[in-house]
Each structure stands twice: as structure tokens, then as C-alpha cells.
Design a protein around this ligand. Structure first.
Ligand SMILES: [Mn+2]
Length: 338
């Protein structure tokens, strides 16, 4: 089922708070909605690293007619609460399973074949019945990266690329350039990029040529290389390192180090990320491990922790960094490490 016409009409041109994820798919999704619906939008992305949408974080005294949420892995209940707080209808465009809602419009996230869509950008493209464009392709390439070639939606990227005289891989490159916004914790850059995508969606070569993004990507890769070469402290099978970095780098670095040391735990801490926040990241290649109970425990401490069986990431509010590291070491059987 496409987006009902009355929903589209109601939302079109309205003054909306448009909340979106800071990555390439989130930015692409916001740009698609802005462009296709002609929204008069207040653009909002959370503090980078904090996967949350709560009234306290929103800009003061916002006056909107609708809440639109794109590519954000926050619960249906959390979105309902923000819509209630604003006193407006809420619309959700995401590509993950979620709880249904009586009050929100949730765009279809399962496609015609019964599979999850590859990106929020594709959800929106289908929901609005528009021709796939630069933003559609960028969202897919950003979320799937090289895996896009095995996706049923690869043709979308191919078609958009060939229309602009580009190769599908150029959209992976563009997603990496766009992602330098969040890698450098540049929240304003994230917002600005939404407008840049709308402006240059018919001329993506301009976006690929952005020198400022290229310079940051180069700097990020150099920093990643430097950090990957550093010494790690080993405590009972846990490779631990504290980083003094102002970049959002632990997930990429942790993945790299874990690949090199698959039978160990890699634990990275960034005590001073930004605005008093810290960051911790844990990853292991071991198959006999389940970090999910630990993720739950950290959430119980009021943290925004996420992850899977073998990986955990959390942005830590001021003052909790040591306690969180202690909790992680305890879970891994090293109670006295901190
Ligand atoms: Mn996404």
C-alpha cells in the first residue's frame, strides 16, 4: 500500500519538525521528504551518538503542525510521546521492524516481496511514488555499502548512477563523504548537507567534488591508520585502549582491531568525546559470547547503549564513564580492572 493520498496531502507543505538520523541514509531521507513534500521544516538530528528522541532535547518553543521522523531507530512509544508533547500528528519513515501505533502514521517498511526495505530512502521513494533519485541511491549505498551489489535494489543505484554519468561505487564514496559530518561530530554540517542534497540532486558530481568533505575523509582515514598502529593494553584477554580523539571513530577502529584479534575482546573508551559526553565500544570475534545482557544492564544504568551479540556501543553521559567501564570489565570477568 502506498502512502494514502490524504496523508500526503495533509503533510505536503506543512510546517514540520523533521527528525532524522545523522548518517547518509538519514540525511538522504530528510532531503527526499523536504524536496518531495515541500515541507517547511525545522530540521533536527540528535546529539551525534545519542540514539534518542525526547522532548527535553528539542529546540525550545518550536511551533509546528507535524512531526516527521526518518531513519531513526527509536521506539514507536518514544515517537508517540514526542508527537503528544508537540500536540501534532506524527509520521514515521524507517526500515526496521517496529511496534505498531494507533496514533502515528508508519510508512510501509516491508516491500512487495515481504522483505525489509534496504534503506529509509527507499521506503520514502516508494511511499511517495517518486522516481528514484540521487538521495534514494545515496541512502541505499550508505546503509549497504559494498553489500548493495547483492541487494535486490542494486538496479536503483545503477540506474541513478548511469543517469548522471557515474558508477554505482561513486554513491558509496559519496556516502563516505557525507558521513564525515557525523565522524567529525558536525551537527550543523549534517543539517546543511540536507539542503545541499536537495540543491544538487540533479548534479551529484558537485557533491562528489566537495573539497571540505574530501579533506575531512582524508584526515579521518589518516587518524584511523594512526590509531590502528598504537599499542593496546591487554587485561585477561581484553585489549583495552583509551583514546584522546575528537572524532567519532571507535566503531570503525574497533571493527578493524577486532578483525586483527578475533579471539580477544577489543574495548575502546573515549573519555572526552564532546560536550562532556564519553563513548565506549566493545567488540569481539568470539562466537561463544553474548553481549546483549550487558547492553540491557547498561540501559538499566540509563545509558543509550546499542549493539548485537558481539558488539556494544554506548555514548555515556557526563560523570558515568568510569562506572560504565567498570561494569563492562565486571561482565567480562575482570572485576578489579577499574
Ligand atoms: Mn538507514
Amino acid at each position: 500500500m502506498d502512502m494514502p493520498r490524504d496523508v500526503r496531502e495533509k503533510l505536503g507543505g506543512s510546517r514540520a519538525l523533521l527528525a532524522f538520523h545523522w548518517d547518509a541514509d538519514g540525511i538522504s531521507s530528510a532531503a527526499l521528504l523536504l524536496d518531495a513534500l515541500g515541507l517547511d521544516a525545522v530540521l533536527y538530528t540528535p546529539v551525534i551518538g545519542l540514539y534518542r528522541l525526547v522532548p527535553e532535547d528539542l529546540p525550545r518553543d518550536i511551533d509546528v503542525d507535524a512531526l516527521v521522523v526518518a531513519d531513526m531507530g527509536v521506539s514507536t512509544r518514544a515517537i508517540e510521546r514526542v508527537a503528544e508533547y508537540l500536540g501534532v500528528p506524527g509520521y514515521v519513515f524507517d526500515h526496521h521492524h517496529r511496534e505498531p501505533s494507533d496514533s502515528l502514521f508508519i510508512a510501509r517498511y516491508i516491500d512487495e516481496s515481504g522483505d525489509l526495505y534496504p534503506s529509509a530512502s527507499m521506503v520514502i521513494t516508494d511511499a511517495l511514488g517518486i522516481e528514484p533519485n540521487t538521495m534514494t541511491a545515496l541512502g541505499i549505498a550508505g546503509d549497504l555499502e559494498e553489500g548493495m551489489r547483492e541487494s535486490r535494489y542494486y538496479w536503483v543505484v545503477e540506474r541513478v548512477a548511469s543517469r548522471h554519468g557515474l558508477r554505482p561505487e561513486d554513491f558509496i564514496e559519496l556516502s563516505r563523504l557525507v558521513d564525515t559530518n557525523y565522524l567529525f561530530l558536525d551537527r550543523e554540517g549534517v543539517i546543511e548537507t540536507v539542503h545541499a542534497l536537495v540543491e544538487y540532486s540533479e548534479d551529484p558530481k558537485v557533491l562528489l567534488g566537495r573539497d571540505d568533505w574530501r579533506a575531512r575523509l582524508y584526515e579521518f582515514r589518516r587518524e584511523l591508520e594512526r590509531l590502528a598502529g598504537m599499542e593496546l593494553e591487554e587485561i585477561d584477554g581484553i585489549l583495552f585502549r583509551e583514546l584522546d580523539s575528537r572524532l567519532y571513530i571507535v566503531s570503525k577502529l574497533g571493527r578493524l582491531l577486532s578483525r586483527r584479534n578475533p579471539d580477544k575482546y577489543v574495548l575502546l573508551g573515549v573519555p572526552r568525546l564532546a560536550n562532556g559526553y564519553s563513548q565506549v565500544y566493545l567488540r569481539t570475534g568470539r562466537g561463544d559470547v553474548d553481549l546483549r545482557p550487558l547492553i540491557e544492564r547498561l540501559r538499566g544504568m540509563g545509558l543509550y547503549a546499542g549493539g548485537k551479540r558481539n558488539v556494544l556501543g554506548a555514548v555515556v553521559e557526563p560523570g558515568k564513564y568510569r562506572a560504565v567501564l567498570g561494569e563492562i570489565f565486571r561482565y567480562l570477568g575482570v572485576p578489579d580492572a577499574m
